[in-house]
Design a protein around this ligand. Sequence first.
Ligand SMILES: [Zn+2]
Length: 659
Amino acid sequence: MTVGYPFSAVVGHDDLKLALLLNAVSPAIGGVLVRGEKGTAKSTVVRSLAALLPRVAVVAGCRFSCDPAAPDPSCPDGPHASGLSPQPRPARLVELPVGASEDRVAGSLDLERALTEGVKAYEPGLLAAAHRGVLYVDEVNLLHDHLVDLLLDAAAMGVAHVEREGVSVRHAARFLLVGTMNPEEGELRPQLLDRFGLAVEVRASRDPAERAEVVRRRLAFDAGPAGFARAYAGGERDLALRIAAARERLPAVALPDDALRKITAVCAAFDVEGMRADLVMARTAVALAAWEGRDEVTSDDVRTAARLALPHRRRRDPFDDPSGGPGGGPGDGKDHGIDEERLEQALADADDAPDDGPDDGPDKGPDDGPDDGGPSGGGGEQAPVNQAPVNPGAPYRTRLLAPEAAGRGGPAGRRGRTTGESGRTVGARTPDGRLRRLNLAATLAAAAPHQHRRGHERGRAGSRLVLRREDLRESLREGRESNLVLFCVDASGSMAARARMRAVKGAVLSLLLDAYQRRDKVGLVTFRGAEATVALPPTSSVDLASARLARLATGGRTPLAAGLRRAEQVLAAERLRDPRRRPLLVVVTDGRHTAGPDPVTAARRLSGVASVVVDCEHGPVRLGLAGRLAAALGGTAIRLEELAAGHLAAVVRDVRRVA
Ligand SMILES: [Zn+2]
């Protein structure tokens, strides 16, 4: 048995430890999202939590961890007899790997047996294993969309649900959700972000003495884990006892009116969406009081709760500059903390506020509008929120978001084909392995010719349909996949001089947002002067990509061939790293080259890759160089002007389909 690193031996990381402990005291807080760069021991701290959790009493033999005092009435291993003696076992920490299959997570239902033998054969998944424990997702930002949906459903309802063609199984799945992520590798989908009760930013200490202590302990642990764990056994026991005591105290902790008013004032001041933040803050403040051994929530509890519960709840836009706007340097972590001054102001304002009724205050959010102040005329039809003047270099927000809806007017079916989570049915086949998606029509067609004979074999089976394994057919579906979209952008003087760069940046940002919505990876190669550079290695972070693009230097000569060669290298490296993700190359250029060799040879080397050339040439006399380049690449050319109509996203999707 492996010995884990003790929680009490972790140096620093006070916010993270507190967030985890508060959730251990009050799982209703809703989990923790841990953001931080690599090498900050995020995972170590999370994994060490399980050892501190109180043991759980379960029904012996139940694979779904039913509580003997209140067994799940829908438990697939039930119904359980009452008055069973509880079997205590340690609380589990279950890790959900990013690449896990749906069956592995939600459990798998043997559809074949269900249909041919009438037996519900269900194999529990990770959600069942995590029930009443911790579900830990490392690199949660890289989790596949369908797993995210599964997780959100389970987390929202406390129930895992598997359904295959009308055969369904459900069981309780309540767990403490902990996710860790490195924001440099991509942001989390906003829907998932809000599901985490608390969020903490983790960074390595800047204090040399503290860093030395981290290293010292790690070396000691690696040299002798068992001895190291023994040295901290007392600390671990104290923490476990304190959690248990706080859990007991929790129901008795009072949340006075003035503390509640502070909570709601702070949430209002930070313009958070919905009411979830208020609830989470209240639960956190109460848990904190219980953890400190108090019976009443104080102002300090509210302040700490705000720091843990609000950073990830401010309204975000995928194009928010990660550096936090002018002045804020990248990586200073400020954008993910909360504005302390505003917090203090809100807390102070709540103290001054009159007791009678809510006061809207001067700065109402835009969606407070319809609720008060008497709608004049079509009050319900508010103007779109994004009415702010858009600067020309900004992405085509409206256009960009429009294609999803506007696409219905365009070539129907093309888009639809790529939007479904699991794709549309394009045929049927005999299952290769486990049957997952029954194609009923094809199955019946396969079974029909044998019914007469089977009826006789069964003796008088009457009119019942007799299905055999060999009849079963599954649907063949076309799913969607994510791609790597690599931009290769001409940043030379010829482009800048014509003030085309702005339009190009806008176009690329538009594509970035499209890629973001589709969970594509994006990368950026630029070329100017004597060389090409990888401005952005392939990433899922649209924040990063847009920031790099905004800072893009321009000017100089045009080494087009070098740009293409660089793109080829990036694609080759990425093929090794992520072989299943198919690449798409978008070359943004006017086709000129004024430095380095002729680009045609370099282009031909890329002819195996799906590509689009965005032709930035303009003026009355056109040389058509971009068209020639597209031909050499074996790709499509599209004029920059066409981007305004949102064509590029459509072209890219078409290319993606055939890629
Ligand atoms: Zn059970």
